[in-house]
Design a protein around this ligand. Structure first.
Ligand SMILES: [Zn+2]
Length: 82
């Protein structure tokens, strides 16, 4: 929409990072919501504007942190707070 798009590298591959890594959330090691694995692939993503508009959540139209479980593939989204 009207916002400046985040400049991504040419490759958009989700798993371009070679190694999954531990993720700390507020100082604690994060665990997968589903399988409790503790290694994740991490990338920043752009929340779908159209979906957010549909749900009247335009205020969420920002970049969010996307953390993908290296074991089961469950995607955990983190929104910037404040
Ligand atoms: Zn998992």
């Amino acid at each position: 929409m009207g916002r400046t798009a985040t400049a991504y590298p040419a490759q958009m591959g989700l798993f371009q990072q070679a190694e999954p890594q531990q993720v700390q959330i507020l100082g604690s090691p994060m665990r997968c919501e589903i399988c409790h694995h503790d290694l994740f692939y991490q990338r920043e993503g752009k929340i779908q504007t159209t979906a957010m508009t549909f749900f009247d959540l335009d205020w969420l139209n920002a970049s969010a942190n996307c953390v993908v479980c290296a074991q089961c593939g469950y995607v955990h989204w983190f929104l910037p707070i404040g």
